[in-house]
Each structure stands twice: as structure tokens, then as C-alpha cells.
Design a protein around this ligand. Structure first.
Ligand code: TMP
Length: 208
């Protein structure tokens, strides 16, 4: 897959503020004159949004971890084919709210020892890593409180509880330690303005 643009992702546990910060970075970069595609996973393309509904709504026990990995990978493949790869080929900046690191942690680690399966499918069907990944870090109790305040029906993972979110946080930290060149650990418990400023500065450094 030829890549001319820049691929940036946001990761973290539920309620850490990724969507807000991804949107703010997109606005900052657009104001600076860059072509930016802001997208999210699961979803981001018509087919992947249909799969999203299957994944984020309903009972926690609805899918096994293995089935989820296949559904997330199918959604991601469609998203990469239809949206991400064409935008990168056109030289745009793509900002994605979650990507494969979420599957590595949510399905690969927190729901079972399935990282080999996630990485194997990623290598075979996706084969794309971000240049930069912002890991928005926050205590699970604070993040869950934020998520609950937001409301909505998309709470399947939030409903798995605080212990699950604690495992997720540890999993994200392990990924960040293993790929320090790509990850930036951001303290997301601070004022959103300060978080946005740090993220914008890191991105400017990479663009320069
Ligand atoms: P969102 O709330 O960030 O939009 O994500 C929806 C839920 O899907 C969230 O609880 C995390 C979960 N998820 C996974 O379990 N694995 C994945 O690969 C992705 C992209 C999301």
C-alpha cells in the first residue's frame, strides 16, 4: 500500500476523551492549511458503520472474543480500502479515533490471550500502522464516570466494568512501551485545552 499522507490515531480506554481531542486536532490542522480526513473505528465507511452497530450495542456476552476479532478486522479492511488508503495516497492527513491497537488490547489481551490472532489477521488483511498514536491516559473510574455522563446505547464495552477498563489501561501501556517511536502517552485527566495543546505541538514536530 503506497502511503504519501500521514496517518495519526487516538487510543485509550472508554471515556478518556479521544473523540474530542481527535476533532480538535483535525480543526487545528485544517486551520493550518492541511487536508484532513477525520474518521473512527469501528466504522468510518458505510460497510464498517453497519458492522459497528453489531459490535457496540447489545449484551456484553453477545460475541466471543474470536468472533469480535473477525468482525473488527472485516470492518477495518473495508475502512482502509474505501477511506484510509485512498486519502493517504492522495497525500492527506488521516486522523482515526481508534485503530488496530484497540483490537490488540480489547480483544487480544483483555478478553483472552489472543494477540497472535489479532496480529496475524492484521498482517494479512490490514498491513498499515499509524506514524503517530496518541494514547490518552486516565484512571478508569474517572473515564467511566465521563462515559456514563455521555449516555447513549453504545455501552457494550463500558458495561464490562472497571476491572475490565483497568486491564485495558495496562494493555495500552504495554503497547506504548513496546513501540515508543510511534506512541505518545498523554495525561488526559488534565484540562482539555492543555491536552489539545500538547497533541498539536507533537503533531507539528512530526510534520516539521
Ligand atoms: P468508541 O466508543 O471509541 O467509538 O468505540 C466503541 C467501542 O468499541 C469501545 O468500547 C472500544 C471497542 N473497540 C474494540 O473493542 N476493539 C476495536 O478494535 C475497536 C476499534 C473498538
Amino acid at each position: 500500500m503506497a502511503e504519501r499522507g500521514l496517518f495519526i490515531t487516538f487510543e485509550g480506554i472508554d471515556g478518556a476523551g479521544k473523540s474530542t481531542q481527535a476533532r480538535r486536532l483535525a480543526e487545528t490542522l485544517r486551520e493550518a492549511g492541511f487536508e484532513v480526513v477525520l474518521t473512527r473505528e469501528p466504522g468510518g465507511s458505510v460497510g464498517a458503520e453497519a458492522i459497528r452497530t453489531l459490535l457496540v450495542e447489545g449484551a456484553a456476552a453477545r460475541w466471543s472474543a474470536e468472533t469480535e476479532i473477525l468482525l473488527f478486522t472485516a470492518a477495518r479492511r473495508d475502512h482502509v480500502e474505501k477511506m484510509i488508503a485512498p486519502a493517504l495516497d492522495a497525500g492527506h492527513i488521516v486522523i482515526c479515533d481508534r485503530f488496530t491497537d484497540s483490537t490488540r488490547v480489547y480483544q487480544g489481551l483483555a478478553r483472552g490471550a489472543l494477540q497472535g490472532l489479532v496480529d496475524g489477521l492484521h498482517a494479512q488483511f490490514i498491513g498499515l500502522e499509524p506514524a503517530l498514536t496518541f494514547l490518552l491516559d486516565m484512571a478508569p473510574e474517572d473515564a467511566l464516570a465521563r462515559g456514563a455522563a455521555r449516555g447513549g446505547r453504545e455501552d457494550r464495552y463500558e458495561s464490562m466494568g472497571a476491572a475490565f477498563q483497568t486491564r485495558l489501561r495496562a494493555g495500552f501501556h504495554a503497547l506504548a512501551r513496546a513501540a515508543p517511536g510511534r506512541f505518545r502517552l498523554v495525561d488526559a485527566a488534565r484540562d482539555p485545552e492543555a491536552v489539545a495543546a500538547e497533541i498539536a505541538a507533537e503533531t507539528r514536530t512530526l510534520l516539521a
